[in-house]
Design a binder for this molecule. Structure first.
Ligand SMILES: C[S@@+](CC[C@H](N)C(=O)[O-])C[C@H]1O[C@@H](n2cnc3c(N)ncnc32)[C@H](O)[C@@H]1O
Length: 187
C-alpha cells in the first residue's frame, strides 16, 4: 500500500505543544505512516509520540527536520503527490476522487498542515491545495477529515502491530488487555 506522510509546518514549543501532539495522534490513528515536524525542535514532543507508539502499536514514526523545503523537494523527487490542506484550496468533495485514485494506484502522499502562518511558497509547491470546507478551523480537524475521506473509513478498522495495550470495544465501560510484544495475551 502506498505511504502517507504528514508534514506539520511551523511548530512552536510554547504555543503548539498540544496541537502538534494531537496532529501526530490523528496522523497515527488515521493510518498515516509517519509525521515530520518543522519549526522549533522539541525532543519531548517526539518522545511523547514514541511512547504512544510503544504502548498502542504502529508502525508509526515521528521526527524533526530543519528545512521544510528540503522535505517537500525530496518527496517530489521520489514521485509522491504533495497535498497542502488550506481553507483557500479546492473543496475536498470536488477533488477527493482524483486524489484517492492516485493513492490507490500506488502514489505516496505527503500531506502538509500549517500552523499560524504558512509561507506562500507552499501553495506553489503543492500538487493540490485542498480545503476541508472553505472556512477557517484547525489542522487537527482538517487532517482527520482528509485522511478519513481518502480511506473511506477503512482506517478505523486498522490493526496496529506490536502494541502493549489493546482495547476490546465495549458499549459500556473500559476493557483494555495487556499484550506481550508478540501480540499474545499476557497471563
Ligand atoms: C490556524 S489554521 C490557519 C488557517 C490558514 N489561514 C489556512 O490557510 O487554512 C492552521 C492550519 O489548519 C489547517 N486548516 C484550517 N482550516 C482549514 C480548512 N478549512 N481546510 C483545510 N485546512 C485547514 C491548515 O493546514 C492551516 O495551515
Amino acid at each position: 500500500m502506498s505511504k502517507i506522510t504528514v508534514l506539520r509546518l511551523g511548530h512552536r514549543i510554547a504555543r503548539d505543544k498540544r496541537v502538534t501532539t494531537h496532529v501526530a495522534l490523528v496522523a497515527r490513528a488515521y493510518g498515516a505512516h509517519e509525521i515530520i515536524i518543522t519549526g522549533d525542535r522539541d525532543d519531548s514532543l517526539i518522545h511523547r509520540i514514541e511512547s504512544i507508539v510503544e504502548k498502542w502499536g504502529g508502525p508509526f514514526s515521528a521526527r524533526f527536520e530543519d528545512n521544510w523545503r528540503g522535505v517537500i523537494r525530496r518527496f517530489k523527487e521520489a514521485g509522491a503527490t504533495i497535498i497542502h490542506l488550506t481553507m483557500y484550496g479546492v473543496n475536498l468533495p470536488d477533488i477527493i476522487d482524483e486524489v484517492r485514485r492516485l493513492w490507490r494506484d500506488g502514489k505516496d502522499l505527503l500531506v502538509i498542515v500549517g500552523g499560524e502562518k504558512v509561507p506562500g511558497e507552499v501553495y506553489g509547491l503543492a500538487d493540490y491545495n485542498i480545503a476541508i470546507g472553505n472556512q477557517p478551523h484547525s489542522e487537527i480537524a482538517a487532517l482527520a477529515t482528509f485522511l478519513d475521506w481518502l480511506q473511506e473509513g477503512e482506517e478505523l478498522r486498522k490493526e496496529f502491530l506490536n502494541a502493549r495495550l489493546k482495547i476490546i470495544p465495549s458499549l459500556r465501560g473500559k476493557i483494555v488487555i495487556h499484550l506481550e510484544s508478540s501480540g499474545s495475551l499476557k497471563q
